[in-house]
Design a protein around this ligand. Structure first.
Ligand code: ATP
Length: 356
């Protein structure tokens, strides 16, 4: 991946009447990278993608593709094909005709069209369905046709809006591998909108986390997971979500944390549950109300047991193996200092140097 921006969003805004769907967004998308745009429903991710595709015009700011302002360039003059959740294949055409369509529109002559379609039929392993009507294909097969149709023109960038959300869990995972391999082999830029963390994290080089029309954080998936920039990102990334405690509820000697800290967070998987770690963190005594066993690991729903009769705090922990035996019992847990996250009054990450 070369560090050369193929796409630049500079202070790009999108308003619908008085409603701001996308607040000024600044974003560089590099040549050859797999960028995922994530966020909850209505956060503006599809609008951002549609502006890049030319299906919406920015209200303010500038979008550049390969150094050229494209704000007002019609969608058919941009080389930014898009794959939708609905796929939008032509229902009365065969697989071959669907894939061939954009080549025809570009006036590519017959022999070359045929060779390129054959190549993509083969590459997507759908040659045997070439003459079949797309209505008579499975979801996964249709997905491959949609990809072939977009990639047959060999674009520099491919935009995808929730392309896998209609598929079942197994097919989704298989298609993630297909997409990752394709992107690496072709070296083209993928911009991928999803609400699914597992899709974004398994495929993307970088993720953009959006909320309420604003970019909350941009980074490599691991960076965003390890160092969420805000409470929003901390709870949006990770399942079950990060446990958050009001600093006053954390049983530590006064002055342990600086006064700027308002909230302390710890991920369920970072909580230590084994007695052999005693003394290695902040101890909380908890009752175990429910254990969900997931096969490789278990999710424990706990509540702190307070000495003074105050209602306990809910805590979720995740541990390897089957922890069913703990249901209904009381157990100590430890919050390791090196795995704590701190947030200030306004919900932004605070870096606290703690002695570890
Ligand atoms: P989802 O995951 O539900 O698709 P999203 O993050 O992709 O959500 P957008 O489709 O970008 O969200 O929409 C952002 C906001 O803009 C939403 O509140 C939506 O209702 C609003 N919006 C989108 N298109 C229009 C439009 N044409 N007119 C008015 N409001 C719109």
């Amino acid at each position: 991946m070369t560090k050369q921006p193929l796409v630049v969003f500079e202070d790009v805004t999108k308003r619908y009447g008085t409603f701001t769907a996308v607040s000024p967004i600044n974003l560089e998308i590099y040549k050859g990278e797999f960028l995922a745009i994530m966020g909850s429903s209505g956060c503006g991710k599809t609008t951002t993608l549609r502006m890049l595709a030319g299906l919406e015009t920015p209200s303010d700011g500038e979008i550049r593709l390969a150094g050229k302002r494209i704000n007002d360039l019609p969608t058919w003059q941009r080389d930014t094909p898009m794959v939708w959740q609905s796929l939008a294949l032509f229902p009365f055409l065969t697989v071959r005709e669907n894939i061939e369509f954009s080549l025809r529109m570009r006036g590519v002559e017959r022999a070359e069209r045929s060779a390129r379609v054959d190549k993509w039929l083969d590459r997507m392993q759908i040659t045997e369905f070439a003459e079949r009507n797309v209505a008579h294909l499975s979801g996964g097969q249709r997905q491959r046709v949609a990809l072939a149709r977009s990639l047959v023109t060999e674009p520099e960038i491919l935009l995808m809006d929730e392309p896998l959300s209609a598929l079942d869990a197994h097919l989704k995972v298989r298609m993630q591998t297909v997409l990752s391999n394709l992107q690496r082999e072709l070296g083209i830029t993928f911009v991928y909108v999803t609400h699914s963390q597992s899709e974004a994290f398994s495929m993307a080089d970088r993720v953009v986390i959006m909320s309420a029309g604003r970019v909350q954080q941009i980074g490599r998936p691991q960076e965003v997971y390890d160092r969420p920039a805000s409470l929003f990102v901390a709870t949006f990334i990770g399942a079950p979500p990060m446990n958050l405690f009001d600093v006053a509820d954390v049983p530590v000697p006064a002055g342990t944390f600086p006064s700027s800290v308002a909230t302390v967070g710890v991920r369920p998987e970072d909580i230590m549950l084994r007695t052999d770690v005693e003394g290695k963190g902040i101890r909380l005594d908890c009752s175990v109300s429910l254990v969900e066993t997931l096969g490789a690991d278990s999710v424990l729903h706990l509540r702190t047991v307070s000495q003074d009769g105050r209602p306990g705090l809910p805590v979720i922990a995740r541990m390897g193996g089957n922890a069913r035996e703990w249901e209904g019992r009381t157990m100590p847990i430890w919050l390791p200092p090196s795995r704590l996250h701190f947030f200030d009054q306004s919900g932004l990450r605070a870096e606290i140097p703690l002695s570890r």
